[in-house]
Design a protein around this ligand. Structure first.
Ligand SMILES: [Zn+2]
Ligand SMILES: [Zn+2]
Length: 342
């Protein structure tokens, strides 16, 4: 099979072709796994973190990609959830131990043995992959393969962030950063919290225009002072700077949810600007989001199908994965980027 593999950690400033096209054997499913013939795979900011080593793959070479859609072509001997030819998706969660207190509480995203698709095991930048049937999800018919891909990460993590934000209908919500995840959160909020006003903080004029198109109440650049204090803010930027501004814009007792899995180090110094009085005083909370659970993915897919939430997507052939990644790095974003594989 064709696969785009990463052989080592590199800096994208120095190496603009980090992934190499190779020919590999098709993997064999274990007894609890299914073999998927991949149709599309979404491109996520986490791939940049893997390539540059902010979250390092467990071994090399590794096939990245954790927003996988395809059809089942082979069933492991102990599976029963799916049939051949069924269309399924795979997300960031590849497996967890199933026995620890976090797993038993339905928080397998916090499991010490959490394995991530496309980081700890081979993912979806390839023609085939295997996954346990437990962590494969039926894709609702209303979505095309390409539309479904960004739902599996950007959408599911957006869903989890919104859940952790504990937003109530009518409260003001801020979104710092406006990429694949935030634009789906805005669509979800329009549907679930129709009285809520959404304030979007984004660096690029194009992103702000996109947010306005999707019904944002107000948009400003990432360092803007919000015209009103915000009850919840969800941060999806890879930077530290927006955190400082978000805390300033946060209402008393408000909650900031930091969704980006890993922050780039460059502007960490900026955190020194945090002042107790303007940013932290008056019971402001900070909560981080880690990974997703199987339930988050399942629930979000159902919600998205019911409410007509569809992501905007840009397609690239598998061989142009490096181009898609560099554009993501350079913030050339409108919705989600997706690789077309077959
Ligand atoms: Zn992702
Ligand atoms: Zn566990």
């Amino acid at each position: 099979m064709r696969a785009m593999v990463l052989n080592k950690i590199v800096s994208l400033e120095e190496n603009r072709q980090p992934l190499i096209l190779v020919d590999m054997p098709i993997p064999e499913p274990k007894p609890d796994e299914v073999l998927i013939k991949i149709s599309v795979c979404g491109v996520c900011h986490t791939e940049l973190d893997e390539i540059e080593g902010r979250t390092a793959p467990a071994q090399f070479p590794i096939i990245l990609g954790h927003q996988v859609v395809g059809t089942i072509v082979k069933l492991g001997g102990e599976t029963s959830k799916f049939k051949i030819d069924e269309r399924v998706g795979v997300a960031w969660i590849f497996s967890a131990c199933g026995k620890c207190k976090f797993c038993l509480d339905g928080n397998e995203n916090l499991c010490d043995d959490f394995l991530a698709t496309g980081r700890d095991v081979n993912g979806g930048y390839a023609e085939y992959m295997c996954v346990s049937e437990k962590y494969a999800y039926k894709i609702p018919d209303v979505f095309t393969d390409a539309e479904a891909a960004p739902l599996l990460c950007a959408g599911a993590i957006g869903y989890r962030s919104l859940k952790l934000a504990q937003l109530k209908n009518g409260q003001n919500l801020g979104l710092t950063g406006f990429g694949a995840s935030a634009h789906l959160v805005l669509k979800m909020v329009n549907y679930r919290y129709p009285e809520t006003k959404v304030y979007v903080f984004a660096r690029k004029e194009k992103e702000r225009a996109f947010a306005n198109e999707l019904g944002a109440f107000w948009t400003g650049n990432s360092t803007a002072v919000s015209p009103h204090k915000l009850d919840c803010i969800i941060d999806t930027t890879p930077a530290w700077k927006p955190i400082v501004h978000a805390l300033y814009n946060l209402e008393k007792g408000g909650r900031l949810v930091i969704n980006a899995i890993r922050k780039e180090n460059a502007d960490k110094e900026y955190l020194k600007a945090l002042s107790y009085r303007s940013h932290l005083w008056l019971e402001k909370e900070i909560k981080s989001v880690a990974n997703v659970t199987g339930k988050d993915v399942e629930n979000f897919l159902k919600l998205a199908a019911k409410s007509g939430i569809k992501p905007e997507v840009e397609l690239y052939p598998l061989e142009e994965a490096n181009k898609a990644l560099l554009e993501l790095k350079n913030k050339k974003i409108r919705g989600g980027k997706v690789l077309r594989i077959s």
